[in-house]
Design a protein around this ligand. Structure first.
Ligand SMILES: O=C(O)CCC(=O)C(=O)O
Ligand SMILES: [Fe+2]
Length: 305
């Protein structure tokens, strides 16, 4: 049995911003995972989001397929996606629904008469999550000894490519001899991800991705807290100082729902190694890249396009 981890708790409302920034730095260097409390998204809204998510996934498959993903918004069916692109097995055993930036007209929505208040609940949730992430990014900037508005200044937050992803891992699938995961091993692509689950276990992290055999540790959910993890673009900015940790979700024995909020920089933002994170003897490990180019390539690989 893997050990269950206890991550430190970061209080987003703490007035002592420098101590919190230091704690964030330690955690991002060690694990790239922590819990976030007092994030400003109230429990009532979160329960509504879970209720509406379950309402959507309970619709007949023909209804859900009417909203199948276009422009990376909408429904992805069971096994449509494989996060671990090295696996030769079927895709992951989860279905999901993506809601992207509210600033364009690309989102797809269920009809109001089928799912009343669904769109409004998700839009409110998107706004609240974006506001929490913006505050968190100013602390992350401080933790890197940068100015608080660093991510604004480099253009990451002009129109961030921020996506809510509603996830449903069915609990009643017949297991076959193939190794199928709810979500196979991966790291997230963006700057930072906020995650909230319904408490059903399954999420695990592997701290040493290059060590074999891999050691997986359970990440328990904490009531009222978001689980936060660093993504690959932040790892690129910090030249690997902040870790984008490998994680996965085991196929659960009962239905499992979670809601992730992936934040990527605005499309034209260039992600490049921070000056403070490289030296002559430790040059940038990743070339500068435009956020949209990086994201499109990762999505292409995940969906086998
Ligand atoms: O459902 C979870 O607990 C994690 C999902 C995840 O890692 C992802 O969608 O990137
Ligand atoms: Fe993930």
């Amino acid at each position: 049995m893997p050990d269950a981890l206890q991550f430190p708790i970061i209080d987003l409302s703490s007035p002592d911003r420098f101590s919190i920034a230091n704690l964030i730095r330690q955690r991002c260097v060690d694990h790239g995972f922590f819990y976030l409390v007092n994030h400003g998204v109230d429990e009532e809204l979160i329960s509504k989001v879970f209720e509406q998510s379950s309402n959507f996934f309970s619709l007949p498959i023909e209804e859900k397929m009417k909203l199948v993903t276009k422009n990376h918004r909408g429904y992805t069916a069971l096994h449509a996606e494989k996060l671990d692109t090295t696996l030769t097995t079927r895709g992951d055993s989860k279905e999901s629904f993506y809601i992207g930036p509210l600033t364009d007209d690309l989102n797809q929505w269920p009809l109001e008469e089928d799912l009343p208040s669904w769109r409004c609940t998700m839009e409110t949730n998107h706004q609240k999550l974006l506001s929490a992430v913006t505050k968190l990014l100013s602390l992350i900037a401080l933790s890197l000894k940068l100015e608080e508005d660093f991510f604004e200044k480099v253009g990451a937050l002009i129109e961030p490519l921020a996506f809510i992803r509603l996830l449903h891992y069915p609990g009643d699938l017949n297991s076959s001899s193939e190794e199928i995961f709810g979500a196979s091993a991966h790291s997230d692509y963006g700057m930072v991800t906020l995650l909230v689950t319904d408490g059903v276990p399954g999420l695990q992290i592997c701290r040493e991705k290059s060590k074999q055999p891999r050691v997986w540790e359970d990440v328990p959910s904490m009531s009222g807290a978001f689980i936060v993890n660093i993504g690959d673009m932040m790892e690129g900015w910090t030249n690997g100082l902040f870790r984008s940790t490998l994680h996965r979700v085991l196929q659960p024995r009962q239905d499992r729902y979670s809601v992730a909020f992936f934040t990527n920089p605005s499309k034209d933002c260039i992600v490049e190694c921070l000056e403070s994170c490289c030296t002559e003897s430790c040059p940038p490990r990743f070339p500068p890249i435009k956020a949209i180019d990086y994201l499109e390539e990762r999505v292409r690989l995940t969906y086998g396009l």
